[in-house]
Design a protein around this ligand. Structure first.
Ligand SMILES: Cc1ncc(C[n+]2csc(CCOP(=O)(O)OP(=O)(O)O)c2C)c(N)n1
Length: 917
């Protein structure tokens, strides 16, 4: 056993059990294992350790191997893959990225508004992540390249052999960038010639930039705002990690279903999924603080269970987040190691740079290992903020062994002992090992310094996250530290720096990207359209329902079944459920299209032989996510953006309890909207009174309110099967044929009612938000306009009958399919009036209701704020009363609930009579 690996063993023991009572005995055991490994190999050693563990358990020695390994690099020097690039060149380039990113943020903060700098921006996060990103850009991230990529000439100084050159026609890797590091990604795009200096000068100035002939750069990755650049929105902590895992999983799903070749492009010839290093990869770069979010760790076990070795996380462990250290009394690296390892991930720690190799080699007594074991994050942070002299005194001064290790180093040398995440050589070795690792997802835990190289003002400081500028001396020191070829004046005026096109730096930079298929991040949205079957073919049963009893949920499932049978569209449909398929009557789909399961079905299902039997299949189509709305939504997002990430349009339908959607995972939906998702969210068991019995936590009265706030979401609350069918049909055409970046939220109810047929003349109104369902009475009578959506249409129809027969009031009944679409139309009409392009506010609602007479009574199964959205757009001078389900839900029958909330026929009649005076 080498000294280092012996030290590792001992360090692990010390870290857990304290002092070693008999070091000689410990060494003997270790040497015995060493001898065994040398003679029979590591597999035999592992077998023996397993056998020993089993034996110890039998003997009552309660021992569980620790998931935490010593605080050193996982890859020992002797196993480290050689660095294939030009290190000095890459360091010079990284310095340029650092400078331009810093200048960009500082310049944004010089933009004054109302006398104060207000644009913000972060630099300390990128300062810590820069080297991690750069190694990725220079050696690993493969871009999408539809054409055959010409063989790269290679950089000056010889060819590079590295992890994964771009494949011909590859769709490329999918990279989730740590959000606060966006300036660094822009800085690289500037050097690559994708952004100009003017664009950089308009960081965080999206609105004013065009007036200056520039492109405004978004604060964080936002595909909505930079649709040809960013692919994945990560600004809200936790969304990136869970989305990245489900993205990797969806990639596998497409491959297993034969829709995408394992390596990338649909046309690509690839050997097998086992070709680990070459497969398309999802890279997720996240902060250590971000891993606190429940969503960040929610899908770790899924990734391991499904053996997603196409997924690599890199956690930027700078030991700080916004306010200070990540739990200063502990060690985030240990914490994350045990979380990831416990979930079944392969963990690679990249903690110390090559500068430390010589110290480890000298450290025969393992003093370093012991000192690391005793140092917590708060202390590591202090060490990072202080200079070499302080580190000599406080860290290396702890004992004579440590002192001796650095005796021949100057303070400046100690100051420059970097952390692993700032050493391209160690990072490359870690990434190369990660992509080569088969059978498990891998996480690289890279130890970095927040505000690295930003000098005394920022490096490792508690306030570094907020640090947005260096003073003049700090800027010059930064320039000198990175040997930037810039004059004092250029440095102080924050000039962006780009080497000449024919410089060695630029040739190297571009050749590396050329070898990897081109630039990235780059978002595409072109994909072949998918033909949608005719409305009649999918939904004749709903359009001509003729009084047949069914719920709209049942109608949805029937339409879905028909879509799945369509030869062209069927394979693109992705039904997604979170353990509720039976609740929604979808069990027949288990057999029809199967449940996706990468291992197939390793058991005989209890109900085998029945026509509804539970069928798991490697090429199954349903994504049965289990009880995770966040996971299901992440799957939905991956499928709904497949047109962009894979150039392959898919059509996801995620059906769920409507209460557990916009309220529960609203931020994930917001991120999907940012990512320009196209698909259907079906909020089932919808409505506060329609879902009887379930009570307060299940009854949804608000999802339509939240849905109305998402700009590219069209939300509908159809009352009938026919309405639902028309809405689904329009949505599919909009998304798949016209390729518009919208998604639909449609609520579906479980109340079985006699379904009316839907006349063709009503289709347009259904889509625009309302149509007259029935005209009441005859002229001359007192008249009311009853507007109702979803489940309340039935109450309005009942009320109309009572009003006419018992009170002589003629009631026109309108089915409102979407208050939010009506409101949007009204807002647009009002804007036209404000801008002077229209003389009157003439929206669809007022067009429909102006020719009618009488007060307007509106009923909804949602809170009153939902119909209140259209009040401003009603014809002037008309009394309007809204009835809704504000308050907490209750468990009771539908009738009792509707009475309680005062939305039933009786309440509608009462509101009408009062309105009529
Ligand atoms: C959901 C959410 N909550 C809070 C924030 C605010 N926030 C921005 S950065 C940050 C700290 C990030 O720390 P870390 O992940 O360690 O990244 P670092 O910047 O330290 O590299 C926080 C809390 C956010 N962006 N998203």
């Amino acid at each position: 056993m080498t000294d280092l690996s012996l030290a590792r063993h001992i360090g692990a023991i010390l870290a857990r059990s304290g002092a070693d009572a008999d070091p000689a005995e410990t060494a003997e055991w270790c040497e015995a294992l060493d001898a065994l490994t040398a003679a029979h190999g590591p597999a035999r050693a592992r077998f023996l350790l397993d056998a020993l563990l089993a034996h110890a358990r039998r003997r009552g020695v309660h021992w569980q191997p620790s998931l935490i390994t010593p605080y050193v690099n996982t890859i020992p020097l002797e196993d480290q893959s050689p660095f294939p690039g030009d290190l000095a060149m890459e360091q010079r380039l990284a310095a340029l990225m650092r400078w331009n990113a810093l200048a960009m943020v500082m310049r944004a903060n010089r933009v004054e508004s109302g006398g104060s700098a207000e644009l913000g921006g972060h630099i300390a996060s990128y300062a810590s992540a820069a080297d991690l990103f750069e190694v990725g850009f220079n050696h690993f991230f493969r871009a999408r390249s539809d054409e055959d990529t010409p063989a790269a000439d290679g950089p000056p100084g010889g060819p590079i052999r590295t992890g994964g050159a771009a494949q011909p026609g590859s769709l490329g890797d999918l990279v989730f960038f740590q959000p606060h590091s966006a300036p660094g990604v822009y800085a690289r795009a500037f050097l690559e010639g994708r952004l100009g200096a003017d664009d950089l000068a308009h960081y965080r100035q999206e609105l004013v930039a065009p007036a200056h002939g520039a492109r405004g750069l978004t604060s964080y990755p936002h595909p909505q705002l930079m649709p040809d650049f960013w692919q994945f929105p990560t600004g809200s902590m936790g969304i990136g990690p869970i989305n990245a895992i489900y993205q990797a999983r969806f990639l596998r799903y497409l491959q297993h279903r034969g829709l995408l070749a394992p390596g990338g492009g649909a046309s690509q010839r690839r050997s097998s999924l086992e070709d680990t290093a070459q497969q398309r990869r999802v890279w997720g770069f996240f902060g250590d603080g971000e891993m606190d979010e429940p969503e960040s760790i929610a899908a770790l076990s899924l990734a391991a269970r499904e053996q997603l070795d196409n997924c690599t996380f890199v956690i930027n462990c700078n030991l700080q987040r916004l306010d200070g250290p990540v739990r200063g009394n502990g060690r985030i690296v240990d914490e994350l190691e045990s979380v990831f390892a416990g979930a079944g991930w392969h963990v690679i720690k990249c903690l110390w740079s090559s500068d430390w190799d010589v110290l480890f080699a000298r450290d025969h007594g393992h003093a370093l290992m012991r000192a690391f074991a005793d140092t917590v994050d708060g202390q590591f942070q202090t060490l990072s903020a202080k200079d070499g002299a302080f580190n000599r005194e406080v860290f290396f001064g702890q004992n004579d062994e440590l002192k001796a290790l650095v005796a021949d180093l100057r303070d400046e040398d100690i100051d420059r002992l970097r952390r692993g995440g700032h050493d391209a050589v160690k990072i490359h070795a870690a990434f190369a090992a990660a992509v080569a690792h088969a059978g498990q997802p891998t996480v690289v835990l890279a130890k970095t310094m927040k505000g690295y190289a930003m000098g005394e003002a920022a490096q490792g400081r508690m306030t570094t996250h907020q640090a947005k500028k260096l003073d003049s001396a700090g800027l010059l020191a930064f320039r000198d530290r990175f040997a930037l070829p810039m004059s004092d004046a250029d440095t102080q005026s924050l000039a962006f720096y780009k080497p000449a096109d024919d410089s060695a730096e630029m040739r190297y930079l571009l050749s590396r990207r050329q070898a990897l298929g081109g630039s990235l991040p780059a978002r595409r949205s072109d994909c072949p359209p998918v033909p949608v079957p005719s409305l009649d073919a999918t939904s004749a049963f709903a359009l001509q329902a003729d009084g047949k009893e069914m719920s709209t949920t049942m109608a949805f499932v029937r339409v879905l079944g028909n879509l799945l049978k369509d030869p062209a569209l069927g394979p693109r449909v992705v039904p997604i459920v979170a353990d509720e398929a039976r609740t929604f009557g979808m069990a027949s789909l288990f057999r029809q299209v199967g449940i996706y399961a990468p291992l197939g079905q390793l058991y005989q299902p209890e109900d085998s032989g029945s026509i509804l039997s539970y069928r798991e299949d490697k090429s199954g189509q349903i994504l049965e996510e289990g009880i995770t709305e966040a996971g299901a939504l992440s799957s939905w997002t991956a499928a709904a953006t497949s047109y962009s990430t894979h150039g392959l349009a898919m059509l996801p339908f995620y059906i769920y309890y409507s209460m557990f959607g916009f309220q529960r995972v609203g931020d994930l939906i917001w991120a999907a909207a940012d990512q320009r998702a196209r698909g259907f969210l079906i909020g089932a068991t919808a409505g506060r009174t329609t879902l009887s019995g379930e009570g307060l936590q299940h009854q949804d009265g608000t999802s339509h309110l939240v849905a109305a706030t998402v700009p590219n979401c069209k939300a509908y609350d159809p009352a009938t099967a026919g309405e639902l069918a028309v809405i689904l049909d329009r949505g599919m055409r909009e998304m798949l044929e016209q390729q518009t970046d919208v998604f639909y939220y449609v609520t579906a109810m479980n109340e079985s009612v006699a379904q009316p047929s839907l006349p063709l003349a009503a289709h347009d109104g259904v889509l625009r938000g309302m149509y007259r369902f029935r005209a009441g009475g005859h002229e001359g009578q007192r008249r009311v306009q009853l507007l109702a959506s979803g489940a309340m249409l039935g109450e309005a129809i009942k009320a109309a009958a009572v009003l006419e027969t018992a009170h002589g009031v003629a009631a026109d009944v309108w089915s409102v399919t979407s208050f939010s679409e009506l409101a949007r139309n009204g807002i647009a009409a009002e804007a036209a009036w404000r801008h002077g392009t229209a003389g009157l506010v003439r929206g669809f609602v007022s067009e429909q209701l102006a020719p009618t007479r009488g007060p307007i009574v509106i009923a909804t199964d949602y809170v009153r704020a939902v119909p209140e959205q259209i009040r401003a757009f009603l014809p002037p001078g008309r009394r309007c009363v809204t009835l809704g389900t504000d308050g907490f839900g209750r468990s009771d029958t539908r009738a009792a609930l509707r009475r309680h909330f005062e939305v039933d026929a009786e309440a509608i009649v009462q509101a009408t009579l009062r309105s009529l005076g």
